[in-house]
Write a protein that binds this ligand. Structure first.
Ligand code: MN
Length: 142
């Protein structure tokens, strides 16, 4: 199960994102300011971070720079979420080290493919059954 760290200070937003991502099979952890986001990224090593840009303590750009500057967390993909589709925001997010970018309000159907580009969904059990059985038979130590 993939863990997604949601760094978002607006309760309505993180609550909605968290519940909907959990329904899709992700484990979610929420940080409500940029400093907590950086700390939880290091502590939990999530598989992906959704980063709001307008945050208390450290804004999303600075939090992203710190996560990307630390070798322990630099590989974690970060998708920036900005409230305004202002020109320059995407460029600014990418310059800070964000791997992808989407705008708020969040449209989960638009955001999910961006998440899945970094976290490929697990194959359905019905697809892995025969493969798993073959692998078992082929294993001389089984
Ligand atoms: Mn915010």
């Amino acid at each position: 199960m993939y863990t997604i760290l949601i760094v978002e200070d607006n309760e309505m937003n993180w609550d909605m994102l968290s519940r909907r991502l959990q329904r899709r099979g992700y484990r979610t952890v929420v940080a409500t300011d940029g400093g907590e986001g950086v700390r939880l990224a290091l502590e939990l090593r999530p598989d992906l971070i959704l980063m709001d840009m307008s945050l208390p303590v450290l804004d999303g750009w600075e939090a992203t720079r710190r996560v990307k500057a630390d070798a322990a967390t630099s590989d974690i993909p970060i998708i920036a979420l900005t409230a305004h589709a202002m020109s320059g925001d995407e460029e600014k997010a990418r310059a800070a080290g964000c791997d992808d970018f989407d705008t708020k309000p969040v449209d989960l159907e638009r955001l999910l493919p961006r998440i899945e580009a970094f976290l490929p969904p697990a194959p359905r059990a019905v697809d892995t059954g025969p493969l798993a059985a073959d692998a078992h038979e082929a294993d001389p130590h089984a």
